[in-house]
Design a protein around this ligand. Structure first.
Ligand code: SAM
Length: 289
């Protein structure tokens, strides 16, 4: 990441990775401080609203966050026949929690390692969390998700990993041990979904995650979407289950559930859901390589 001072007035923030760069024109830095885990910044951008960056990597912007948050949440929640207990690991901006709470669930538990991310988001990212932190069905825990799952057996219908990339505190959220512990924490028919990186800028992360998850779960599939402010935009998630065959989940049931929720959704729909699992040939041919 680097700052570039354009004309006297202009200020740009750049998030670059492996030769690819996304630049946002910035009006004001609203918050910038190092926490115990990472550098946290809230930037008021010219045309993407407020932006959260962690260690100078864009995590979410007010303008396009709904795409990512709806796709990581609703695909597993609509696939599962009757989700009641949902665990979110990471997600300290509150966007995934907001989406999960749109469903008739019993409880959503959010485990975020960095309390400062939650506090800063509560203050500056109201348009993203929409007060989901205060919902009576939500339990917000400051803690390490890797450690948290070891304490639960047969407890969750869905585990959503909305973490930073697989470095630092998040690295072991993509590890064999974590997947083993997560499987034990899932109920029968339970689903785990993780953000698995950008197809072009993070092919290695995507491919490695898919390969690893296939070692532990019978049913594993990537699904794709586009997040404009993420590196090279073409973004992947990887979904897995020990015993729920995603391809056998009736679209009729998904459409029925969707009709009850559709007024609250801006991106996700049953057609978008189906399309997300259509994986282009150039990816299929190289998956796991
Ligand atoms: N949507 C963003 C993305 O895909 O890059 C992620 C946003 S969310 C803010 C990421 C959160 O994961 C961060 O706040 C970070 O502190 C948290 N995190 C990283 N490792 C973690 C761990 N081991 N347990 C719990 N939270 C973790």
């Amino acid at each position: 990441m680097s700052w570039f001072k354009g004309s006297k007035k202009e200020k740009w923030f750049y998030d670059n990775i492996r030769g690819f760069c996304c630049g946002l024109e910035i009006r004001k830095v609203l918050y910038s401080k190092k926490s115990k885990f990472q550098k946290i910044q809230i930037l008021q951008s010219k045309s993407w609203g407020c932006v959260l960056t962690l260690d100078t990597t864009i995590q979410t912007t007010e303008r396009d966050e709904f795409i990512y948050h709806e796709m990581i949440s609703h695909v597993p929640l609509f696939l599962h026949p009757n989700p009641k207990n949902v665990l979110i690991i990471g997600g300290g901006d509150g966007g995934v929690l907001r989406e999960v709470l749109k469903h008739e669930i019993k409880k959503a538990t959010l485990v975020e390692i960095d309390k400062d991310v939650i506090e800063v988001s509560k203050k500056y990212l109201k348009k993203i969390h929409c007060n989901s932190f205060y919902n009576k069905k939500a339990e917000v825990i400051v803690g390490d998700g890797i450690d948290f799952v070891t304490k639960y057996k047969n407890a969750f219908d869905i585990i959503i990993i909305d973490s930073t990339d697989p470095v630092g505190a998040a690295e072991d959220l993509f590890s064999d041990n974590f997947y083993k512990d997560a499987i034990a924490a899932l109920k029968t028919g339970g689903i785990l979904v993780t953000q698995s990186g950008a197809i072009f800028a993070q092919w290695g992360e995507f491919s490695k995650t898919l390969k690893k998850m296939k070692k532990f779960f019978k049913y594993v599939s990537p699904y794709l979407t586009v997040v404009p402010t993420y590196p090279s935009s073409f973004w992947s998630f990887t979904i897995a289950s020990k015993n729920l065959d995603f391809e056998k989940q009736p679209m009729l049931r998904i459409e029925k559930k969707y009709n009850l929720l559709k007024k609250k959704l801006k991106f996700y729909s049953p057609k978008i859901h189906q399309g997300a699992f259509v994986i282009p040939q150039f990816i299929v041919e190289n998956m796991g390589k």
